[in-house]
Design a protein around this ligand. Sequence first.
Ligand SMILES: NC(=O)C1=CN([C@@H]2O[C@H](COP(=O)(O)OP(=O)(O)OC[C@H]3O[C@@H](n4cnc5c(N)ncnc54)[C@H](OP(=O)(O)O)[C@@H]3O)[C@@H](O)[C@H]2O)C=CC1
Ligand SMILES: CCCCC/C=C\CC(=O)/C=C/C=C/C=C/[C@@H](O)CCCC(=O)O
Length: 329
Amino acid sequence: MVTAKVWVLKKHFEGFPKPSDFEMKQVALANLKDGELLLESVFLSVDPYMRPYSKRDMKEGDVMIGTQVARIVESKNPAFAVGTFAVANRGWRTHFISDGKDLSLLPASWPESLPKSLALGTVGMPGLTAYVGLFEICKMKPGETVLVNAAAGAVGSVVGQLAKIGGCKVVGCAGSDSKVAYLKSIGFDEAFNYKTVTSLDEALRKASPDGYDCFFDNVGGEFASIAINHMKKYGRIAVCGAISQYNDSVPQKGPYIQIPMIFNELSMKGFIVTSWNNRREEGVKALLKWVLEGKLKYHEQVTERFENMPAAFIGMLKGENLGKAVVKA
Ligand SMILES: NC(=O)C1=CN([C@@H]2O[C@H](COP(=O)(O)OP(=O)(O)OC[C@H]3O[C@@H](n4cnc5c(N)ncnc54)[C@H](OP(=O)(O)O)[C@@H]3O)[C@@H](O)[C@H]2O)C=CC1
Ligand SMILES: CCCCC/C=C\CC(=O)/C=C/C=C/C=C/[C@@H](O)CCCC(=O)O
């Protein structure tokens, strides 16, 4: 009998998550029935959505939500061979049983040389978020100017590179000088540290005096309220996330954005990547091709050991990650 280690939400987060909000438990797994599979998590994802979703979707004592790349270690299902890898959405656990219906097998074309953890990042949900946000929500066109915040992260770093592939000028911001240097190394035309600029308004104007056609907003809050005034006529805003607000104990009261919305007849659309699952296969194929062609670079913030999941999650929310934050079990 296999014993899984799991992380449960011991106490709902108040403000930034704390290590004491989590508790690791052991769960004895039953022997497999016909048609079932036993999987071992190899890489686990820590993502910002877990913070707001935990309040909406979880109760205290639940296993933390999340996805993993897992390997089939035992199979009583002839359709799934031992040694096969799949993306699952089974939360923070080292082992789990599946009937196969909730697994997304890694594409057969996945090269041995490519880290399988990319299926949680650049060639997974964050990469797909960038893909649908740019092509379907921003509807970017060659020659346009794209702005993206949290630009050195899992989603933002793909947004900037896909916008370059799409023939756009790209401006990004991140929270450290080393992240800014990274953005320039992967092709951003302009990049700045939003934590050290004297004026965000000035930094946005300097980076693109004519303004922005597309704004891929991962942060929301005051950044978005200032950036919206730098949009060009008929500009489009992809409202992807609001990480500046996830850890607020008291909701921020931002300035209103209606006037520039109306004056420039802007389009602003919120979106959730899972509503675009019909584009997943196409997106993964395109992202994998760009990675293999060297057009889409990736960086992963890998934390070793399952026991360090809470630390990895808290670190990501505090901006300690460059690129996708993953945990190697
Ligand atoms: N709509 C959708 O379907 C999806 C939305 N998202 C959203 O996209 C955004 C980015 O996600 P993801 O790429 O996975 O995460 P990242 O890998 O970018 O990690 C989060 C980053 O957010 C930045 N950040 C944290 N707090 C703040 C703050 N107060 N102000 C500004 N930046 C902050 C930090 O970078 P820095 O150093 O720049 O501060 C941190 O590294 C999130 O808002 C997330 O919720 C993600 C996936 C799907
Ligand atoms: C409760 C208020 C939420 C406000 C918006 C918060 C976050 C936006 C965001 O980050 C959404 C992310 C959604 C990610 C979904 C991931 C999982 O469902 C599993 C994806 C599995 C996969 O496709 O790889």
